[in-house]
Design a protein around this ligand. Structure first.
Ligand code: ZN
Length: 486
């Protein structure tokens, strides 16, 4: 089968199963998680993604196939691990945007790519090659306009069009099996001393040439993206690159009120002492929390040099266009879905801080209060499970605000008895008058997990089953399914 036919077949199989599903008032269904929704794709992907035979040199071909299969494994594992989900509205919005770009650029994009919604809150999208594209929920929540989103999508489409992911696999295989690499490695092995230093030099040389390639690739992808957008009649605002530059500083944003006040709204009293690090190890005072807008180090970004990209594309921008804001309902869904994702991964400080930032924006949706309650009871559950430290999810100080640091410290230091007491208060039924059926059931689940004296695995499995039996479609079933396997 030619590469092209393979892609067509793949796309067909992939798009057959997108059913429409309307349900009122719920975010998405448990069955929309990728391990169920894209289950068939796992098999078709394995069948369709056959490594092409391109190298005469056996060792290179073998290495190439290994990298190729690693990628297939990465994608299928991500699907199985529920890194993606299919939510009709957000998917539909992105899909219509991609349709517009694909329709207008048929020659460059003969086959519509498979688009996956990644649940991550990181502001990013990524091309995986093989005509697959992933858009993070974080990007949807962060983008202001349809055009902002289109710019990132067009950039990633460009990586796929220019076969950057595929070429990356080839380059790695060629380098690892090259004489240059082999000789360098042999030289290291012959050396009795300073092997590590020489080894480091080899890898430094390689990653330097890779990062240089990377830069060219980024610039090429930006240029092609602008062409794709022009043909699609979609304007673009280069200043989006500048906003992108500050995207990973979200948790550096301070809160509008002292922490105590947010908790007071839930009738929870926070002792000031819990938010201050006890004087062991590094003192807090030694660290200055100047609000810095300075850039976080480049290595954390997939796309460094945002300012550079801004300058390069400035003249080509089309800021006069009336940009279309992303519908509030879409952004809200994206935000909620990524919040639940943080929760189910037990990334509790980030989850709570995100809720408090929503409060600062004047968001009064009771769902965020429901989630705030879950964070506290989740923390208590984690404490009983001896995994409180993991659930706090400590973030290094340079990436967070003073308020975030205090919340993180609070979650680390709040005494267990206090946590138990607050958890009990928050889980009383009368505190939640208008709660939905599955939300109430989720509270019962958390109550069982935190109050029953038997915390054996088998009892947790039973507690999980009780929830799933009457709420199998609920998105909260994902948490209950954590206890499925011993
Ligand atoms: Zn890129």
């Amino acid at each position: 089968m030619s590469h092209y036919t393979r892609l067509v077949t793949f796309a067909l199989v992939l798009f057959c199963c997108h059913r429409t599903f309307a349900q009122s008032g719920e975010l998405y269904r448990y069955q929309d998680l990728s391990h169920i929704f894209y289950q068939k794709q796992i098999d078709s992907l394995k069948k369709v993604w056959v490594c092409p035979n391109i190298y005469k040199e056996k060792a290179t071909q073998k290495q190439y196939k290994e990298y190729w299969d690693d990628r297939t494994e990465f994608v299928t594992k991500s699907i199985k691990d529920d890194n993606f989900l299919y939510e009709k509205e957000v998917y539909g919005y992105i899909d219509s945007l991609i349709n517009q770009i694909v329709q207008a650029n048929k020659q460059l994009i003969p086959v519509k790519p498979l688009v996956l919604i990644d649940r991550s809150a990181v502001v990013n999208a990524y091309a995986m090659g093989g005509n697959i594209l992933a858009i993070n929920l974080g990007l949807v929540a962060f983008s202001r306009s349809r055009e902002d989103l289109a710019l990132t999508i067009a950039h990633e489409l460009s990586h796929n069009i220019m076969l950057h992911p595929e070429n990356g696999l080839k380059q790695r295989a060629e380098w690892i099996t090259s004489d240059e690499y082999k000789n360098a490695m042999n030289a290291v092995l012959d050396q009795k001393y300073e092997r590590l230093t020489r080894l480091k030099k080899i890898f430094q040389g390689y990653s330097f040439s890779r990062s240089r390639h990377q830069r060219y690739h980024e610039s090429d992808a930006d240029s092609l993206a602008i062409v794709l957008l022009k043909k699609s009649n979609i304007g673009f605002d280069p200043s989006f690159f500048l906003r992108l530059d500050s995207a990973d500083l979200q948790f550096k944003q301070p809160l509008k009120q002292p922490l105590q006040q947010y908790f007071a709204a839930y009738n929870v009293t926070i002792d000031n002492a819990w938010t201050q690090k006890r004087a062991k190890g590094l003192s807090t005072r030694a660290y200055s929390f100047k609000d810095s807008t300075s850039r976080v180090q480049d290595s954390l970004k997939t796309h460094p040099d945002c300012v550079d990209r801004y300058n390069k594309t400035l003249a080509l921008g089309n800021v006069k266009n009336n940009f279309t804001p992303i519908p509030a309902a879409i952004k809200e869904k994206a935000k909620k879905m990524q919040l639940w994702n943080m929760y189910v991964n037990m990334n509790l400080t980030a989850c709570m801080y995100t809720i408090l930032m929503e409060k600062d924006k004047g968001n009064t949706d009771p769902w965020y209060d429901f989630m705030a309650g879950n964070v506290i009871t989740g923390l208590y559950y984690a404490d009983r499970d001896l995994s409180r430290f993991n659930a706090v999810g400590v973030v290094p100080k340079e990436f967070i605000s003073k308020d975030y640091y205090e919340l993180q410290t609070l979650f680390e230091q709040i005494p267990r008895e206090k946590l138990e007491e607050i958890s009990k208060t928050l889980l009383t039924a009368h505190a939640w008058p208008n709660i939905k059926k599955d939300e109430a059931a989720f509270h019962r689940l958390m109550k069982s997990l935190t109050t029953e004296s038997d915390i054996s695995q088998s009892n947790k499995t039973n507690i999980g089953k009780t929830f799933i039996n009457s709420n199998e479609n609920s998105l909260y079933a994902e948490f209950a399914h954590k206890f499925d396997k011993p």
